[in-house]
Design a protein around this ligand. Structure first.
Ligand SMILES: *Cc1c(COP(=O)(O)O)cnc(C)c1O
Length: 404
């Protein structure tokens, strides 16, 4: 049996559709972010990263780097076990207290990633709550979808960001159902923000629990970086807030926060929490420093907003279409997987601009895009260089269209 042929057949099909994924090999340079060294033969040695989820550059913040290196010196590298068996350290407890405080909740529970936190929490809630029905926004992240699927609970999909549709779907459920409404605050690919107040009100009216993914909002929104739920003063009306330590906080890890009973329940029953080695204590220390810093400092958030506004304004002036939204994410729609890849390749190779093409299955077919995430460390010159490069490519494309 030629197993490799089974693999390569499917890979070839991906390539033909233009959806084969090629990773850029980069060396992030602490102190120089968003500059990175590229190890790709066709690209310049130094490139500017325009698609990082380290939205605020906290991954290289001197306080965060110091917290991690100090903790490595003190505690060594790994945790040495699962949380249950010798891997539960003081740093984990401190971080969970910091997270509970961030969202104004009684408890918090740490996971190895945001993906795992969604997967483990939703699969445990759906599997263990009596007659559970999970009502999932149609654009929810893969980690939520997989968690719901694994729970084997009944699932109802409601129209994206549509509280009326949610209301209708909740009304149709039997009264004995335990209803869980799962949604996100900032949707990462379109950058749109949910109508949280309306969703919460609908859920409350139906006695449903709310499960909110704030992955793209923590550190970024709200006076202390507690996310959109903090900004809108809704955190205490949401049953469970989930987040990541790997995006705006610049480290790695995921978490949930909620009541003490809820966190204890997930801690006690979630396989994805129980049977895996705890995050290294140094990671926990660095993440805690990053959260604590962004609770006090709005400088990074303000500067990021300025740079986002500048890039949007320059794209408008040059006639480069981008999705309007109220967030920090700027999607430039290409709507073709092959062109999207080609544009990204030219930007990288000719201009040293790194923006990963976003293709299916991350977004639906026909909505392929370049997704820009300006941060506080992108200079005005970086922005101008980027828009000039895009304008040049847009002209080239227009010429190609005219000739064809
Ligand atoms: C990235 C992402 C996650 C997963 O978080 P990680 O910490 O990267 O595993 C969860 N939800 C959403 C909406 C995301 O975009």
């Amino acid at each position: 049996m030629d197993f490799d042929a089974l693999f390569t057949d499917q890979l070839d099909a991906l390539r033909e559709e233009g959806n084969y994924r090629i990773f850029a090999e980069l060396e992030r340079r602490a102190g120089a972010f968003p500059r990175a060294r590229s190890h790709d033969e066709d690209a310049p040695d130094e490139v500017t990263v325009w698609c990082s989820n380290d939205y605020l550059g906290m991954g290289q913040h001197p306080k965060v780097v110091a917290a991690m290196t100090d903790a490595v010196e003190k505690h060594g590298c790994g945790a040495g076990g699962t949380r249950n068996i010798s891997g539960n350290t003081h740093q984990h407890a401190l971080l969970e207290a910091e997270l509970a405080d961030l969202h104004g909740k009684e408890g918090a529970l740490l996971f190895t990633s945001g993906y795992v936190s969604n997967w483990a929490a939703l699969s445990t809630l759906g599997a263990r709550l009596p007659d559970a029905v999970i009502l999932s926004d149609e654009k929810n992240h893969a980690s939520m979808i997989e968690g719901i699927r694994h729970s084997r609970a009944d699932k109802v999909i409601w129209k994206h960001n549509d509280p009326e549709d949610l209301d209708r779907k909740l009304s149709a459920l039997p009264s004995n159902a335990t209803k869980i409404v799962a949604f996100e605050s900032v949707y990462s690919m379109d950058g749109d923000i949910c109508p949280m107040q309306e969703i919460v009100e609908v859920a409350e009216r139906h006695g449903a629990m709310t499960y909110l993914d704030e992955v793209h909002a923590v550190g970024m929104y709200g006076p202390r970086g507690g996310g959109v739920s903090e900004e809108l003063g809704l955190a205490d009306r949401i049953t469970l807030i989930e987040g990541t330590l790997g995006k705006a906080y610049g480290v790695v890890g995921g978490y949930i926060t909620g009541s003490a009973a809820l966190c204890d329940f997930i801690r006690s029953f979630a396989s994805g929490f129980i049977f895996t080695t705890a995050l290294p204590p140094a990671v926990a220390a660095a993440a805690r420093m990053s959260i604590a810093h962004l609770k006090e400092s709005a400088t990074e958030r303000m500067r990021q907003r300025e740079q986002v506004e500048k890039l949007r304004a320059r794209l408008d002036e040059l006639g480069i279409p981008h999705l309007p939204n109220a967030s920090h994410i700027i999607p430039v729609m290409i709507k073709d997987p092959v062109k999207c890849r080609q544009l990204a390749d030219i930007l990288m190779q000719d201009f040293g601009i790194y923006v990963q093409p976003i293709n299916y299955p991350t977004v639906p077919k026909g909505t392929e895009r370049l997704r820009f995430t300006p941060g506080p460390l992108h200079s005005d010159r970086d922005i101008e260089y980027l828009v000039q490069a895009l304008a040049t490519l847009w002209k080239r494309c227009a010429i190609a269209h005219a000739v064809a």
